[in-house]
Design a protein. Structure first.
Length: 94
């Protein structure tokens, strides 16, 4: 089977993200997850406010995840990268 790195937000109960991860795993694939909205761990409200500010102030906020994403790709070595909502990864990163 394949090693798949799934790039999306945090999979919470009954979300498309969670169902995709569960479905791919049930099909026998090894699934890694990269959370594009991973915050600084200061609490959900602070992380959400920070993300809102970055989206509205920084020119290409999706590039802020670039180093973390490339590190995850290097560590996980996937056969396939599946991105849910392509606007969360910069074309420059790809």
């Amino acid at each position: 089977m394949m090693r798949i790195l799934f790039v999306a937000t945090e999979p919470s109960a009954d979300t498309m993200d969670k169902h995709i991860i569960e479905s791919l795993s049930a099909m026998g694939h090894e699934v890694g997850h990269f959370n594009v909205r991973s915050g600084a761990g200061l609490g959900r409200t602070v992380d959400r406010v920070t993300q809102y500010i970055l989206r509205n102030v920084v020119r290409e906020p999706e590039r802020l995840n670039e180093k973390r994403l490339l590190r995850s790709l290097s560590e996980f070595q996937p056969d396939l990268v599946l991105v849910l909502l392509g606007s969360i990864v910069s074309p420059k990163t790809i």
